[in-house]
Design a binder for this molecule. Sequence first.
Ligand SMILES: Nc1ncnc2c1ncn2[C@@H]1O[C@H](COP(=O)(O)OP(=O)(O)O)[C@@H](O)[C@H]1O
Ligand SMILES: [Mg+2]
Length: 427
Amino acid sequence: MITEEDTLVDVSRPARRVLLLLTVTTYRSQAFVDAAARLGIEVVAATDMPRELAEFWHQPLGVDFGDPDGAARIIADLAATKPLDAILAVDDSGSLVAARASAALGLRHNGVEVAEAARDKFIMRTLLRAAGVPSPPFERHFSSEDPHAIAAATAYPCVVKPLRLSGSRGVIRANNREECVAAIARLTALLHNLEPTPEPKPFLIEQFIPGFEVALEGLLDDGELEVLALFDKPDPLDGPFFEETLYITPSRLPSEVQRAIRDCAAAAAAALGLRQGPMHAELRVNEQGPWIVELAGRSIGGLCSKTLRFGSAASLEELILRQACGLEIPTAAPDQGAGGVMMIPIPEGGIFKCATGVEEAQAVPGIEEVTITAKAQYPIVPLPEGDSYLGFIFAHGATPAEVEQALREAHRRLRFTIQPSIALQLA
Ligand SMILES: Nc1ncnc2c1ncn2[C@@H]1O[C@H](COP(=O)(O)OP(=O)(O)O)[C@@H](O)[C@H]1O
Ligand SMILES: [Mg+2]
């Protein structure tokens, strides 16, 4: 439990300094900056962009996440004049840079190979399989192969997915050969659009694992997993696309199932060599027990961490920063009550015009905040090609059921005006 005194700055020791690795589009910065301010930790931010561009935009520091060695050198230069206590990537994309730079500076961090394994679903699946951690059977394929031959050799239902995207982008369920060929065409077109190079693009075909889905938020300290929160995802995720909508904590699953989920996530972290810092795992649970869908060496994405509070209102980011800086991590007893978020899915593609009913949604008892993140007059793209939501709804309540009901009611009160774009109509 964190007490008021814990959050006060201890003037007897030098202030800690943390480098945060950010992307221009991340939602995660503010929560870390706020947490650092509460803890008296100085934050230096580095953004994923070439140095010249960063200077042009008056960004304090630009590093290219696509060039982890170059980025690590820039960070080492910075650390020569501004010693760093920790380097934290707020999203997956910066994790390799954080690992490289931490290794160069001798800071406690997961190894470079671990960052790779947690980012690349093929490496991850291979390590999980080798360690005997329940995870979907899989095959890796390339866009250069004949999709009909792949489809003929696949068992159904299956899931076709990219190796390195996130937010369910490009993840498609197929129930038969025809759907599999179509899913491969759709995914490889997306991958070629994102990276228009002639190299064949890799992707995975996995067995579809039915079941109830959960997300586990944890903190690893020297390989010891502390579960900070377990979220239920009460909307069925059966495809063909996998929009995440509701996340509700604490989980309503029986305690022995929750224990099995924890053990499975801990085994998965060990299999990947993930030993330090935040971890976010997604699992499916069915009559055979828990299965790892994926595991990342970062905290929960988007604005979802707002649903979590520990002790006297400490945030998830505070716990992460404390651990990264070697400060005492108080027992992360979660707050009383329940919390939840709805990531508002994009119902159709087009130009986003406006959202109405926000005040009505906000008036639903238990609703704390309705944030529309889509920008008016900008194109919005649904899954599987899209990579964003319309916004987020946050709720707090006495029980998970109450929170779920509030989120659903608030969502029902929202109306979105989306103008189908001409290009989309012609497509
Ligand atoms: N093998 C699978 N079986 C069942 N559902 C899956 C499988 N793989 C992915 N999914 C569904 O798709 C979602 C996104 O897949 P995931 O591998 O987590 O990719 P991402 O990194 O984009 O989140 C999962 O949360 C899950 O609902
Ligand atoms: Mg996922």
